[in-house]
Design a protein. Sequence first.
Length: 83
Amino acid sequence: MKKVLVEIMIPAIGKSYDLYLPEGVKISEVVRTMSDMISETDRNFYCPTEDAVLCDRKTGKVYSNNMSIDEIDIYNGKKFMLI
């Protein structure tokens, strides 16, 4: 299974995380996994919400949670924001 290394920044807490994403994974799964991970490690600073979205850091484009990462322009080193 092919995986892509991306950076996901969370402006609410001012931190970035590197994450390997396997092909075919849904964006909703990425958002949920990152939200859960961050709320566990930074409990006092981040409270995940149902309307969290993944955005392209360069363009600001918001990705639909129904899409898979295969449907977007993704490559190693791509930078996202979780807002």
